[in-house]
Design a protein around this ligand. Structure first.
Ligand SMILES: [Zn+2]
Length: 46
């Protein structure tokens, strides 16, 4: 399981909602969280 960096929910790594940033993969519970991450990945990837 991975952690959604936006809302803190646990998410499965086979989710369709994922982003790559600085060589790392991030997983999200929904398109809303992914969109939020993509707006400011630097802030949310810490
Ligand atoms: Zn989320």
């Amino acid at each position: 399981m991975a952690k959604d960096p936006i809302c803190g929910m646990k998410v499965k790594e086979d989710t369709q909602y994922r982003s790559e940033f600085q060589g790392k993969s991030f997983y999200f519970c929904s398109s809303a969280c992914k969109t939020e991450f993509d707006k400011n990945p630097l802030k949310h990837s810490r």
